[in-house]
Design a protein around this ligand. Sequence first.
Ligand code: GDP
Length: 216
Amino acid sequence: MAEPVAAARREAGRVLFARPWRFIAAATAFVGLPAADNIEVAFAGRSNVGKSSLINALTGQGALARTSNTPGRTRQLNFFGADAGLTIVDMPGYGYARAAKKEAASWQRAVFDYFAGRANLRRVYVLVDARRGLKPNDLAALDLLDKAAVSYQIVMTKCDKLKPEALEQTTAATARAVARRPAAHPMVVATSAVTGLGLDTLRGEIAALVGASAAA
Ligand code: GDP
């Protein structure tokens, strides 16, 4: 991307995420979904991948998304808004290894109808721990998104834990692994909620989705 375009995107992202974000609703795929009048981007990933930390870092609000294992909210979709034409959706985390199969099936039941039926859902950001790479339950989530034909993009989390060379390798390997998947965005975004790496890129990507939607 030409630098002026990238810079304009980053600025649009900065402005979008500087707004005061707030919790709107908790829902399941079947009960309590807010009206679909804004475009939505959703964040998904394994439990403990750093999803709450990333949402809090993106919005600059330390307590917007709750950290993992909050009783009662773990199977729910949490919706956040900022009167900006955009809703952010925090998806339930999937998969501790022990109950992998059962857990994956219940996660899939809980979210597939949301993926398949939510016309205003523009993209799902699938978070992957940079130290671990794509695991079978991540691949199952990607299969589900491909099946529902929902655009998704991989975001590597906790990248501060890796040396630059290892990070480059794992990011490239992950991009290769999703290259042939029909609904995958080709670019993998490397982030850290601790150092702020990649947050401006991600904010800019999301702002571009909002801008494209407003122009349509
Ligand atoms: P969630 O279950 O996916 O919402 O994960 P959390 O956001 O609760 O994070 C799980 C753990 O990973 C917590 O101990 C966080 O402090 C840690 N963590 C999250 N993001 C980062 C990051 O970017 N870098 C590092 N080093 N640790 C992180």
